[in-house]
Design a protein around this ligand. Structure first.
Ligand code: NAD
Length: 471
């Protein structure tokens, strides 16, 4: 059993003032795997002070120095990938398939930021004026438990590129993963105080970061509800915010698509990261005239979905991160039944033989109306809703009839037709014919899926403030 009892402040593993203990439970079998001592306001202020002091010199570093730091970070992360995958599987029940993909993504962020930085213009001209892109200051980074590593690494890589220093508050449920990241970054020999990490609760450590006047910006990934609280709190000190929030992404299958391929792909996609993914395509929009065929194909695909031990290479869906999350998903499955949706596969309760963990049956509802709560609210579990549409116009209307706008997916044999629809979709990222990722393209949400963008040039600009110098 591991015990984490230190924060990482000013380049040192530092004893905590906080005393509260949080138990780390393996979601696959409910065994205790560790505990973490939670930081308090005093610890948080200490970390902010260290980051503030470090900003004085770090903001003046050259692009070459920052690129060297990013290279060192990448090298240290590369060395211990396998250990990290095992920790992710144990700590939040991520499947081996997803964790391997997530780690590869994580190591890429440093190279992507180096590429962005090489071509980035910190000094520009607007009219006759010199515009300097200035480092914003200390950034408070607040992250969730699903793919915690990718978020910490990509946000920190961006901060380094911008010459900002950071205080990270990861999810308390990711303490073992966070500890490994701290050890890697410590080995990378960072300038003291540019990277500070404190484990703690949102209402205490998170709240202090949001309210503290020495934090210039919050970069947050998490639920829309928490994002709203952060935005309200940040306004008192006019902090800049980047908010990456929830989603309820539509997946439109057009009538000319190859259904034999598109429907299984849609089902597997909805269950990415065991359904605990912000960009998961959880609303499958299909032509009304083909609904029966879609139901049959979806049912067949669901039979191929393996729910179980996340450490097994073939497992597609692991446990929910916590009992709370398990109960939340169960309540939505009950709600779907109450709302009159037709259960195609799965349902309430645990799959046979998996009673000791937070496992949910891979569930598909069909005949779902878009105004049902299961179609409007983010469930964050392996639950897919099939919704039918009469024509293209209605497909677009249903896709946009949501308070979210993070991602959308369109499948068609005619790319131009798909592109025409993509231009009408209100979402930060629209993927045509498959699940795609471009680490240099802006990522973020429309509507209640967030504010601001991450990655590449757009992401870097969010950590900078333009200053006009008129001579
Ligand atoms: P959450 O909002 O409960 O918690 C996220 C983080 O915020 C945690 O570190 C938590 O401790 C902290 N927090 C909680 N209350 C706070 C407060 N009052 N002040 C400051 N910080 C506070 O989210 P979660 O359950 O950890 O993660 C799942 C959610 O994250 C889902 O809604 C998912 O869609 C979203 N998410 C979004 C993206 C994206 O890129 N848009 C990516 C991954 C996850």
């Amino acid at each position: 059993m591991k015990r984490i009892d230190k924060a990482y402040i000013n380049g040192e593993f530092t004893a905590l003032h906080g005393t509260e203990i949080f138990e780390l439970i393996n979601p696959s079998n409910h065994e205790k795997i560790g505990e973490v001592i939670l930081a308090d306001q005093v610890d948080t202020r200490k970390a902010i002070a260290a980051a503030k002091e470090a900003f004085k010199t770090f903001s003046k570093t050259s692009v070459e120095e920052r690129i060297q730091i990013l290279k060192n970070l990448k090298n240290s992360v590369d060395k211990r990938k396998d250990e990290f995958i095992e920790t992710m599987i144990q700590e939040y029940g991520g499947t081996r398939q997803f964790c391997t993909f997530s780690i590869d993504n994580m190591t890429r962020v440093f190279d992507d930021m180096i590429e962005t930085l090489r071509d980035f213009e910190f000094d520009r001209k607007a009219g006759n004026t010199l515009v300097q892109m200035m480092s914003l200051g200390v950034v408070g980074i607040i992250t969730p438990w699903n793919s915690s590593n990718s978020f910490i690494c990509s946000k920190f890589a961006t901060a380094v590129a911008a010459g900002c220093t950071v205080v990270v508050k990861p999810s308390e449920m990711s303490a073992l993963q966070t500890q490994l990241i701290i050890e890697w970054f410590h080995e990378a020999g960072l300038p003291k105080g540019i990277f500070n990490v404190i484990n703690g609760l949102g209402g205490i450590v998170g709240n202090e970061i949001v309210n503290h006047p020495d934090i210039a910006k919050i970069s947050f990934t998490g639920s829309t509800n928490t994002g709203k609280m952060i935005a309200k709190g940040a306004v008192d000190t006019m902090k800049r915010v980047t908010l990456e929030l929830g989603g309820k992404s539509p997946n439109i299958i057009l009538d000319d698509a190859d259904f034999e391929q598109a429907i299984p792909q849609a089902v597997f996609g909805a269950y990415m990261n065991s359904g605990q993914a912000c960009i998961a395509p959880t609303r499958l929009l299909v032509p009304q005239s083909r609904l029966e065929e879609v139901n049959e194909l979806a049912k067949q695909a669901a039979l191929q979905i393996l729910v179980g031990n996340p450490a097994d290479e073939n497992t597609n869906v692991g446990p929910m991160v916590s009992e709370n999350q398990y109960n939340r998903v169960q309540s939505y499955i009950k709600l779907g039944l109450d709302e009159g949706a037709v259960l195609l596969t799965g349902g309430t309760g645990k799959p046979e033989g998996l009673e000791n963990g937070n496992f949910v049956k891979a569930t598909i509802f069909t005949n779902v109306r878009n105004d049902m709560r299961i179609a409007q609210e983010e469930i964050f579990g392996p639950v897919l809703s099939i919704i039918s549409y009469e024509n293209e116009e209605e497909a677009v209307a249903i896709a946009n009839d949501t308070s979210y706008g993070l991602a959308a997916y369109i499948t068609s044999s005619d790319e131009n037709r798909a592109l025409k629809i993509a231009s009408q979709i209100e979402a930060g990222r629209v993927c045509v014919n498959g699940f795609k990722h471009d680490p240099l393209a802006p990522f973020g949400g429309f509507k209640q899926s967030g504010i601001g963008r991450e990655f590449g040039t757009f992401g870097l600009e969010e950590y900078l403030e333009p200053k006009s110098i008129l001579v």
